[in-house]
Design a protein. Structure first.
Length: 143
């Protein structure tokens, strides 16, 4: 059977659509961080100023970009029912893990990510999307 005859369940479409929105918000967060001007920084509350003032290593910023852009592309590919979504979402997960490793292990603090909850959510969401894509491939939902 091809993916044209094996239709994904409704939850697949819901998860895929939420994933596009989630990763779109990730792109916005990345762009806000990457293009933060001193003038814009001065208008933010003190806690956010401290978060944006951290001098992140270039590899962390690159990992953030890879995570959100690959995540968005992979999520769109899920909606398009393409097998390539799995590989792209794995790349996104690697970006997520690299970015979060800086907070957890090298910096020793997740304060710059708003505490521990958001980094854990991001990691779990990334793992979940890889799982959904893998399930889509194995069940013939993606071609």
């Amino acid at each position: 059977m091809t993916s044209d005859t094996v239709k994904p369940p409704v939850w697949f479409w819901i998860v895929s659509a939420i994933a596009v929105v989630w990763n779109g918000m990730g792109i916005k967060a990345y762009l806000d961080q990457a293009y933060m001007t001193p003038e814009k920084l001065a208008t933010l509350p003190e806690a956010e100023q401290a978060m944006y003032s951290i001098d992140y290593p270039a590899w962390v910023t690159a990992a953030f970009a890879i995570a959100v852009f690959a995540g968005t592309i992979g999520s769109v590919l899920l909606l398009m029912r393409k097998k390539l979504a799995h590989i792209i979402l794995v790349i996104s997960l690697v970006g997520i893990l690299a970015q979060m490793s800086f907070a957890f292990f090298m910096r020793g603090s997740t304060d710059s990510y708003g505490g521990i909850i958001m980094p854990i959510m991001v990691i779990l969401f990334g793992i979940g999307l890889v799982y959904v894509a893998k399930k889509g491939v194995s069940n013939g939902w993606l071609s």
